[in-house]
Design a protein around this ligand. Sequence first.
Ligand SMILES: [Fe+2]
Length: 270
Amino acid sequence: MRVGFIGDIVGRPGREMLKHYLPKLKEEYAIDFLIANYENASHGFGLTPKNADELLSYGVDLMTGGNHTWDKKEIIPLFDSHELLRPHNYPEGVPGTGCKIYEVAGEKLAVLNLLGHYGMPISDNPFICAKQSVEKLHQDGIKNIFIDFHAEASSEKRAMMMLLQGKVSAIVGTHTHVSSDDLQISKNTAYLSDIGLTGCRDNVIGMDEKVPLKQFLTGIKGHFDIPKKCKKILQMLVMDFDDGKCSRAFKIKQFDNQQRIKTDAWIEEE
Ligand SMILES: [Fe+2]
């Protein structure tokens, strides 16, 4: 099966990039299942029901969350009606789930969403949650496992890779909005510390730079806003999974001026 993944979609510019490019990218690369992170999709903070429907209509099959999952409270009933995840290691009793299983191209695919610890809201230990969840999936005979690890610290993301390489198909980081340059396949597991945002690319993490600049110059906090106009990017990872193993992975950077850059994963030798 071929799986696509888009990280943090930031506000209307991010949604516009999906509208304009996702249907053709999905077709061109013959993607069977497309996962995207929704947590910044509605004006940078959370997801509204309207925007959830909009993103699913562009060809997203499942959406993952993070620390901004609960910013728009209207999201809560959507966990019963829409293809949405929230981090699996949120405390017990929280609405929704962080793990779902799908039938894709004749095989089963599990998608697991986890939240890191550093700088993040209270949650259960993501490493213990990941280990137990993957063991349970394996017991149930599910081999193709994709993980969106929504975390600030690259050390946590690398540690998750060390814990689970060879046991899952892919571990991809989200949250920093800045893409890292370490796409690899190690022990048949694809890994990228952070896929980077989809949205505005010419400011501060997809947000207008005025407020962050004032904040860093003066220490006075303000509300981050989505720019009215900006240069945009869509960043997508494409991965081939078979019997739990990732055999090929490449990253696409689609710019709003039609330019496209494709980067292949390096294969780590045993
Ligand atoms: Fe986040």
